[in-house]
Design a protein around this ligand. Structure first.
Ligand code: NAD
Length: 482
């Protein structure tokens, strides 16, 4: 029982719960208490799951699209019916805000399923063409077994962004949830079975990344790998996938720039700047590098300091809280290491600059560094904590050079009141998504992914089906009669 909700902690393989003698402790970031002992898969368990998925894939793949879509809609109904359970369990497990889970994250989980169910039926009417008198029919055929591996910062939302299109495409899924927040995937398993999915079309293998995750991505029975996580792990996944030539979609880390020009709407820009501390900075898309036009650099920062002072840190279950804890002790030490190194190299913290000693535990103060020496890891490495940097720029050219000056390319945000400038700058930024005068607007029909080290491939809308399916062209010559 977690927060009054019964959560299975075994694997889900072929529609059945299966235990492991080995278990791992699931620790809540809210108070560092162990909240569950979760089954810990080895390579043999992964084998079983891939075999079960391979078997189920035949039936699920043959299920007519309209029936697959109906199951996906019923999964969405099940998610909606259990938003409260999913929200309280996810908050206890990963420390993100309960009100965000209730109001936006879990509704988005349901939307992931509805959107790809509807998109599947749209695709059906998108597959005819002709060439030199020959008829062409393009189809998106099921490709077999999809491995889904994701991070802990929004575990169910990010996993279902890949699970839903994979299932819609007619693939069976083996999902390895993050070991730091594994629980809501188990609840999804219950919901999928109740929705009438073919048993074995959705499998959950719980375990540690280096063990269960590594075995899964190296498995020759897997035909697609959908991985979300860090660049470092992404490299390992890509290397394992290369052995079997398994097509792999990588959604990796970021170090996104957040540009503010002097002609911007200042109230909106300040508010959105402070919003980059959301989820204690554990957001891949966060604009962690503030680039501010030098003519208003000091004034802008003064306003950011004031606004940051209003941010309430505390228990993520409390309605008044804006920012909760970091995910784990290990991650806390990692974030703190960056901040320590920042102080040591002479960077100056205008806001925060260390752990929240009033709250203790894994609570880390929202931190903003200025005067950061060029080349500092604060400017080049993803910290994945509530740590921002600010740098001034003189003109557009310098802003763009600074913005594009990392190995990442996940997202970029620009605040400006000048439409022509917005267009010019937007065109020159290297990023999978550029937001102009907005942030985190996510259309599931739009391409999503990262440039440079932030990822390989694009998903969303039809791009998702292009990845998960085996796309086929059947060319038929004009009838010669007879
Ligand atoms: P991580 O790379 O440590 O782990 C991600 C997942 O990979 C976990 O489930 C883990 O168990 C598994 N894993 C670990 N080693 C593995 C291996 N050798 N083989 C297979 N799987 C393995 O990342 P994390 O700390 O969980 O998440 C934070 C990272 O995720 C950040 O870099 C963040 O930017 C990124 N992220 C990216 C997006 C995106 O959409 N681009 C979204 C959210 C998070």
């Amino acid at each position: 029982m977690v927060e009054g909700v019964e959560v299975p902690t075994d694997h889900l393989i072929g529609g059945e719960r299966l235990g492991s003698s080995a278990r791992f402790a699931d620790v809540s970031p809210i108070d560092e208490q162990v909240i569950a002992q979760v089954a810990r898969a080895d390579a043999d368990t992964v084998d079983l799951a891939v075999a079960a998925a391979g078997q189920a894939a035949e039936e699920w793949g043959r299920t007519p699209p309209k029936d697959r879509a109906a199951v996906l809609h019923r999964i969405a109904d099940g998610v909606e019916a259990r938003i409260e359970d999913l929200s309280v369990v996810e908050t206890r497990d990963n420390g993100s805000l309960l009100r965000s889970h209730r109001n936006s994250v879990m509704p988005r989980v349901a939307r992931n399923f509805r959107f790809f169910a509807d998109k599947l039926l749209e695709l059906e009417h998108d597959g005819d063409s002709s060439f030199n008198g020959n008829q062409e029919r393009f189809t998106w055929d099921p490709s077999g077994v999809t491995a889904v591996i994701g991070p802990w910062n929004a575990p169910l939302m990010l996993a279902t962004w890949r699970i839903a299109p994979a299932l819609a495409a007619g693939n069976a899924v083996v999902h390895k949830p993050p070991e730091w927040a594994p629980l809501t995937a188990s609840l999804l398993g219950d919901i999928a079975l109740e929705a009438g999915i073919v048993p074995g079309a959705y499998n959950v293998v719980q375990g540690i990344g280096e063990e269960a995750g590594a075995a899964l991505v190296a498995h020759p029975g897997v035909s697609r790998i959908a991985f979300t996580g860090s660049v470092e792990t992404g490299r390992l996944v890509a290397a394992a996938a290369a052995t079997n030539l398994t097509p792999t979609s990588l959604e990796l880390g970021g170090k996104s720039p957040f540009l503010i020009f002097a002609d911007a709407d200042m109230d909106a820009a300040v508010q959105q700047t402070v919003g980059q501390f959301d989820n204690a900075g554990q957001v891949c898309l966060a604009g962690t590098r503030l680039l501010i036009e030098s003519s208003m650099y000091d004034d802008f920062l003064e306003r950011v300091i004031e606004a940051a002072g209003q941010v309430v840190q505390g228990d993520p279950r409390d309605e008044a809280t804006d920012i909760g804890p970091l995910i784990s002790r290990e991650h806390f030490e990692r974030v703190d290491g960056f901040v320590h190194a920042g102080h040591a190299e002479g960077s100056r913290a205008l806001v925060g600059g260390g752990p929240n000693e009033d709250l203790g535990g894994l609570y880390y103060r929202p931190t903003l560094f200025v005067d950061v020496p060029s080349g500092s890891p604060l400017l080049t490495r993803e910290i994945f904590g509530p740590v921002l940097t600010a740098q001034p720029f003189r003109d557009e050219a310098e802003a763009i050079a600074l913005a594009n000056g990392t190995d990442y390319g996940l997202a970029a945000t620009v605040y400006t009141g000048d439409e022509a400038r917005a267009e010019r700058v937007g065109e020159q930024l290297v990023a999978g998504t550029v937001w102009i005068n907005c942030f985190f607007v996510r259309d599931l029909d739009a391409p999503f992914g990262g440039s440079r080290n932030s990822g390989i491939g694009r998903e969303g809308g039809r791009w998702s089906f292009d990845f998960y399916a085996d796309v086929k062209n059947v060319v038929t010559a004009p009838s010669s009669g007879g």
